[in-house]
Design a protein around this ligand. Structure first.
Ligand SMILES: Cc1ncc(COP(=O)(O)O)c(C=O)c1O
Ligand SMILES: C[C@@H](O)[C@H](N)C(=O)O
Length: 356
């Protein structure tokens, strides 16, 4: 008997749709290192236009997109970047900006909503006169939506305020926009407005949009020229990438309109979890496609026990640590999958709590 499969580990787990596979098979391609792959060019021009920036570049991953952007902005030795202590760049990218980029991180506490306190950001900017001892601040990084805060959205106004701090101090602003489209749909604000203050943005095609591979970075033409060279240096230059970009173009067409339904399903799941004894959840904080559920102290529930029980039902989730679990909705999760997950969770919670 085949168990139903519901993969809530991340929005990076989607499989290419038939339309994506057909587009990949028939993609017009060329060598993107010796010249330009035409399909990649088409995607890059489309993304630059959507983001309101001069140019764009396809890169293999969000991690490489962030690394390239930080390294281009911080090309002078002794550079420092101000970023969140719970940001993806700082937590999940193997310290690449330092180990590969030679850039010093200056972390500021991420607030629950994914922002960083504006005064703390400004206070963290190094005094240019003090550089005998200190690194030189060159860049501020934001993340929208903010993954480790549960997919919370940064407003355009907040981003503009950070942009003003950057301008005041002659700094650049990069946005890790892995899930920028989720923020745009949730806020009802066009992506180009959300990133208006940014000098560079990294946008993942392989998350909620459901493309199998890829990220696009956007910025000024001169910035992207430097980024293209660095992509090659890092081994990210690829040949007939039109095969991948064709899928991304389909993803933009097919799945961008579906993000709103991912958010609705996430809310439905959160509201159902909120009814369960022993589980704590902040339903209001579920703004996009992510749900963080906490096991209440004294509830006998642990993330591992719940994860194991869900796995037995064919439901895959990622424990954050011993006491919370992350679940991420994507376009291949149906409303029926959400109801199935709630029913399995209810049984799991009851069984664990009744277990002597
Ligand atoms: C906020 C954020 N930024 C960047 C990345 C990195 O993307 P990739 O996994 O494609 O390297 C991720 C996760 O995948 C992410 O959640
Ligand atoms: C784990 C992290 O790298 C990935 N971006 C995710 O959110 O699933």
């Amino acid at each position: 008997m085949t168990i139903r499969s519901v993969d809530l580990r991340s929005d990076t787990v989607t499989r290419p749709t038939d339309a994506m596979r057909e587009a990949m098979a028939s993609a017009e391609v060329d060598d993107d290192i010796l010249g330009y792959d035409p399909t990649a060019r088409h995607l890059e021009e489309k993304m630059a236009k959507m983001m309101g920036k001069e140019a764009a570049l396809f890169v293999p991953s969000g991690t490489m997109g962030n690394l390239i952007c930080v390294m281009v902005h911080c090309e002078v030795r002794g550079s420092e970047v101000i970023l969140g202590d719970n940001s993806h760049i700082h937590v999940y990218e193997n310290g690449g900006i330092s180990t590969i980029g030679g850039v010093h991180p200056k972390t500021i506490k991420n607030e629950e909503d994914g922002t960083m306190d504006l005064e703390a950001i400004e206070a963290a900017v190094r005094d240019p006169k003090g550089n005998t001892f200190y690194p030189s601040t060159r860049l501020i990084c934001l993340e929208n939506t903010h993954a480790n805060s549960g997919g919370r959205c940064l407003s355009a106004e907040y981003t503009d305020s950070v942009g003003e701090i950057a301008k005041r101090h002659g700094l650049k602003l990069h946005i890790d926009g892995a899930r920028l489209f989720n923020a745009s749909i949730a806020l009802g604000v066009p992506v180009h407005r959300l990133v208006q203050a940014a000098d560079s943005v990294s946008v993942c095609l392989s998350k909620g949009l459901g493309a199998p591979v890829g990220t696009v970075i956007v910025g000024s033409s001169s910035f992207i020229e430097k980024a293209k060279t660095l992509r090659k240096t890092l081994g990210g230059g690829m040949r007939q990438i039109g095969v991948l970009c064709a899928a991304a173009l389909v993803a933009l067409q097919e799945n961008l309109p579906k993000l709103q339904f991912d958010h609705k399903k996430a809310k439905l799941l959160a509201e159902g979890l909120n009814q369960m004894k022993g589980i704590r959840i902040n339903v209001a904080a579920v703004e996009t496609n992510m749900i963080f559920m906490d096991m209440e102290d004294g509830s006998r529930l642990t993330a591992e026990k719940v994860r194991k029980s869900l796995t037995d039902c064919g439901i895959l989730v990622l424990p954050g640590n011993t006491s919370w679990i992350r679940m991420v909705i994507h376009h291949q999760i149906t409303t029926s999958d959400v109801h199935y997950t709630l029913s399995c969770l209810q049984q799991a919670v009851q069984m664990i709590q009744e277990c002597k």
